[in-house]
Every structure is written in structure tokens, then in C-alpha cells.
Design a protein. Structure first.
Length: 244
């Protein structure tokens, strides 16, 4: 009876011991992300994770998707948030959210405020473009769309940064593609004007990326498991990862 009672006591305390150890996890998580990432479920996850594990430190660095992939292959970061159209043999990837791109112009552009525009009327307009918006780049479907529509306008400004692309379009350099959900307020406030096609141009998956061969610390493993659990729950609701 005494031995049995001791065993029962030890087992009954396991839950408390595991929970206390998890609460005391200490470490650093390095996240590489593209600019302009805005998704409520991602923000809420970060807030919840920090509340549950306040001793875990996050280091977040903004860079282009190709550099994110290169860094992850070199195992210099915990995970990345960016575009990855072509599967990478050593990287795991999971859709964090999907965003739709559409054409916009700024107040100083001559198309601003014009109703009933057609795609043909955009054919000769100059473009502001993401640097990776080229054949083979992560945003190359935007180039393919322009080619398919017979657009002849030149790329007059480019950047890897969403903020800079947004700035240049607002400044009237040319028309350009932006994620619809990120500029909805700008449209409502009259800073940007939505251009055809009405249904948008293309959808892009913003991926959660990590190196499957990388040895993770306890903090890194906990973060990765937690965010995957959050995504698994959301994926059960159709369309929950689509941001328009």
C-alpha cells in the first residue's frame, strides 16, 4: 500500500511538473519575415504565445523572400514568413494566410477617380513593381499577368518593401499591385484608387517556413508546435486563411 501510494503521488504530480517546466521555458526565436505582413490570427497568436511564455524572446528581421529561404537553408533562423512558390527539398512549408493582389493608383495619377475603366485602358500605363516581380521570382505571376494582357508600360520604380511600393504608388509614379486587405483603409480615405480587373489579379500564399533538418531548442520547438496547432484549428473553417 505504501509503495502504491508513493507511485500514485509521483504520477499525480507529473502534470504540475510538466506545466511548470513549460511555463519556465527560456530562449530566443529568430523569425525572418517579408514586409507588410498583417493578419489578425497571426497577431493574436503572437499575443497569446507571449502571455503564456513571457520568458521566450523574439527577434524579428524583415527581408525579401529569397533571402529568407537562403537563410533557412543555412539554418540561421528558427522560421520564416514569406513567399515560396517552388517547394524547397529541405524546407517545410505551411500556409499562414492567403492574400489577393489588385491594381491601384494614387491621387496624383491621371486614372485616379475614373469609373468604368477597362483593362485595355491600363495597357500603356507605367508600373511600380516589387523587385521579385520578374520571371522566376516569387511574384512572377504578376509579370505573367501583364504579359498575357499585352501591357506595354515600363517599370519606372521598384522595391522589395511593401511600404516603399505603397509610397511610390501614392506618389503617382505609376500603377501597381498591392494586397487588397492591406490598403482597404487607404481606398476608403481616398489615398488610393482601385483599378480593374474587379476580381483582382492573383492570390499569393504567405507561407510559414522552417528547415526540417534543423535541431530546434525547446523554445523554438514550442513556438513551432503552437503555431501549427493554431493553423490546424483555422484550416477546419473553410476560407479562414484567405485575406481579401
Amino acid at each position: 500500500m505504501r509503495i502504491a501510494a508513493d507511485i500514485y503521488g509521483d504520477i499525480s504530480r507529473l502534470g504540475t511538473v510538466v506545466e511548470s517546466r513549460q511555463d519556465d521555458v527560456v530562449g530566443k526565436i529568430r523569425i525572418l519575415t517579408v514586409s507588410g505582413v498583417k493578419a489578425q490570427h497571426y497577431d493574436e497568436f503572437l499575443a497569446d504565445f507571449h502571455a503564456a511564455h513571457p520568458k521566450i524572446e523574439l527577434e524579428v528581421e524583415v527581408m525579401g523572400s529569397s533571402n529568407i529561404i537562403s537563410s533557412l537553408l543555412q539554418k540561421t533562423a528558427t522560421l520564416g514568413v514569406g513567399l515560396c512558390r517552388l517547394p524547397q527539398p529541405r524546407l517545410e512549408q505551411r500556409v499562414l494566410f492567403r492574400e489577393r493582389y489588385a491594381y491601384f493608383c494614387g491621387q496624383r495619377h491621371h486614372l485616379f477617380g475614373q469609373q468604368g475603366l477597362s483593362l485595355e485602358q491600363l495597357a500603356a500605363e507605367h508600373f511600380v513593381s516589387f523587385t521579385s516581380d520578374q520571371l522566376g521570382g516569387n511574384l512572377s505571376p504578376l509579370t505573367l499577368f501583364r504579359d498575357q494582357q499585352g501591357f506595354t508600360g515600363k517599370i519606372v520604380a521598384s522595391s522589395t518593401s511593401f511600404e516603399e511600393i505603397h509610397r511610390l504608388i501614392c506618389a503617382g509614379f505609376g500603377i501597381g499591385c498591392l494586397p487588397i486587405h492591406l490598403v482597404r483603409r487607404d481606398v476608403e480615405q481616398g489615398l488610393l484608387w482601385r483599378l480593374p480587373p474587379e476580381e483582382g489579379v492573383v492570390d499569393f500564399d504567405i507561407q510559414l517556413l522552417w528547415n526540417r533538418e534543423q535541431k530546434m531548442s525547446q523554445a523554438e520547438s514550442l513556438f513551432l508546435q503552437s503555431i501549427q496547432h493554431m493553423l490546424s484549428i483555422r484550416e477546419q473553417v473553410p476560407g479562414s486563411l484567405m485575406l481579401k
